[in-house]
Design a protein around this ligand. Sequence first.
Ligand SMILES: Nc1ncnc2c1ncn2[C@@H]1O[C@H](COP(=O)(O)OP(=O)(O)O)[C@@H](O)[C@H]1O
Ligand SMILES: N[C@@H](CCC(=O)OP(=O)(O)O)C(=O)O
Length: 265
Amino acid sequence: MLERLATGKPIQRIVIKVGTHVITNKDNRIVGTILSKLVEQIAYLYEHGILSVLVSSGSVIAGKEVMSRGLKTTDKITRRQVFSAIGQPRMMRHYYNLFQDHGMRCAQVLATKRDFDLGRHRDNMVNCYEGLLAEGVIPIANEDDAVSLSMSTFTDNDELASLVAELIKADMLILLTDTDGLYNGHPDDLESQLIPHLRVNDPVEQYIHKTNKGEAEGRGGMESKLRVAKQTAKLNIPTFIANGKQDHVITDIVYGKHVGTKVTL
Ligand SMILES: Nc1ncnc2c1ncn2[C@@H]1O[C@H](COP(=O)(O)OP(=O)(O)O)[C@@H](O)[C@H]1O
Ligand SMILES: N[C@@H](CCC(=O)OP(=O)(O)O)C(=O)O
């Protein structure tokens, strides 16, 4: 049965964020079958009256994959701009074809932090998302890395996903990563246990281990993921951190099965 909100209202809108590590293998290559499974679940939910917004990372790694001989420039900012500008249409080609296989349409919405400034910028974003959702089109969001000013980027796409969830008044935010959720120790440590549920004031930050990411492997980390999850939950939007490589993970969460770490008020 579909999970209902605390108010008893059925779930109608969700935001799903997919991290770089979810959609790549250990050789940093995009895995088509994973994208396909994610889209299949979004299509299933659509058939059952639930609209999704997908926030997908991956443009930088997708661009790097194409430019396998490397770039002439060593400047970090230029490299990110070039890789993402090349990789973003590749990501969209995957998604466009996959949604089309389900008879669905998707659209690209790239944003910079300024687009969420209160006032006409934010209103314009609301307009765009509401316009797409009203047409039954699945918005696929990402930071516009090619033109984002490096001093004012989102912390990462977890932050973008949270802002979108707030913007469209989502009933739920799902942050998909490459671990099953938040553990009370290092996720590779056999002693560590998954924390199934936490509340915004639970002091769990101590459990987070810093991870070193290579170029193009995404910007986030569990620290920012947890911060974003708590901030979003404070807005009364239940937020889940779960494993995007696990089969049926999105539909399991929406149907109230106990997967991942649920963060609530
Ligand atoms: N306590 C913890 N529980 C779960 N994962 C953790 C923890 N501490 C650090 N991590 C690390 O956080 C990583 C996921 O965050 P991140 O790299 O930002 O993913 P993404 O690219 O999906 O945004 C995992 O690969 C894991 O190694
Ligand atoms: N906007 C970048 C991803 C930035 C980011 O937050 O990455 P991740 O931590 O893997 O979600 C891209 O498309 O490659």
